[in-house]
Write a protein of this length. Structure first.
Length: 285
């Protein structure tokens, strides 16, 4: 199974989508996916697990998941008690605003989630009420389409992001619980992130984890939903995208630094996952 890349049209006038109070079962849950837009998920009921970047999280009612763009993630619903959740998808360009004399951005909660690799928040009762009311208001605006509905949706979204940046990441906020995963899995996921240019095949990673390749493959697939090759390739492409935007390195240099055996192979895999060539991405990123 190839990683599923949820497609969003970057050229739309209002880059926002709301999937409202959707119940996911194992049969209709999206496979592993990665997209450029940011994603906020709020759970109303049910339970399951989320795999986000390097971590497996338990998921129950009242949990909030913050998923920055270009982050590998997958949801695993409980077969007996599937999750009902709302997902908000938006381009980061939508909430960028001019500075008002203070160092604040509406993406602060996502930026901190990425920096600390902590993508799960636990809402207080007051935050649940506020968040559910704001989501309901967004849904009503999208349904009624009154004049100014897009502006209203943007204001409600900004209110949500402001609330999460203020409250959910307060210093006293406890660290969220994660689902059970063997220690070697956490170490291997970190190693893949930090060494994209190394040999990262199944046999090499199993040797580093001190387990058999068969056991490694079985546990890796169960916990992440992806096989080793799919996961490593996707991680390498994510790193390549960062280097294309952040550096002036040549495409050949970036391909080598990210572990691709040749520039043509890098081109094929980059276009397969992103829908564009590395050169086009660099020009338009």
């Amino acid at each position: 199974m190839n990683p599923y890349r949820k497609r969003f049209d970057a050229g739309v006038a209002f880059p926002f989508e709301c999937v409202y109070r959707d119940t996911k079962t194992a049969q209709n849950e999206l496979p592993d996916h990665i997209h450029d837009w940011y994603e906020l998920v709020y759970l109303y009921s049910g339970k399951g697990t989320f795999f986000i970047d390097q971590t497996i999280y338990s998921a129950v009612a009242g949990d909030i998941f913050l998923i920055p763009g270009n982050t590998i993630h997958r949801s695993f619903p409980d077969p007996d008690n599937p999750k009902t959740a709302t997902a908000l998808f938006f381009s980061p360009t939508l909430v960028h605003s001019a500075p008002l004399g203070e160092p604040f951005t509406f993406l602060r909660c996502f930026e901190q989630a990425k920096r600390t690799k902590t993508y799960k928040l636990r809402a207080t009762e007051n935050e649940k009420r506020q968040l559910e009311a704001l989501i309901d208001a967004i849904h009503a605006e999208e349904r009624n389409r009154l004049p100014g509905s897009r502006q209203a949706v943007l204001l409600h979204l900004q209110h949500i992001l402001l609330m999460l940046s203020r409250s959910a990441y307060a210093p006293e906020s406890p660290q969220p619980a994660t689902a059970a995963a063997p220690g070697w899995m956490t170490s291997i996921l970190t190693y893949i992130d930090e060494h994209p240019g190394d040999a990262l095949g199944l046999s090499e990673l199993a040797r580093l984890a001190s387990v058999t390749p068969a056991h490694f493959s079985r546990v890796f697939k169960k916990l992440t939903g992806m096989n080793v090759t799919e996961y490593v390739t996707t991680k390498r492409i994510i790193r390549a995208k960062e280097l294309l935007i952040e550096t002036e390195d040549s495409i050949a240099d970036i391909a080598g630094r990210c572990g691709f055996e040749s520039v043509p192979h890098f081109h094929r895999m980059f276009k397969k996952l992103t829908g564009m060539t590395p050169a086009h991405y660099k020009k338009n990123g």
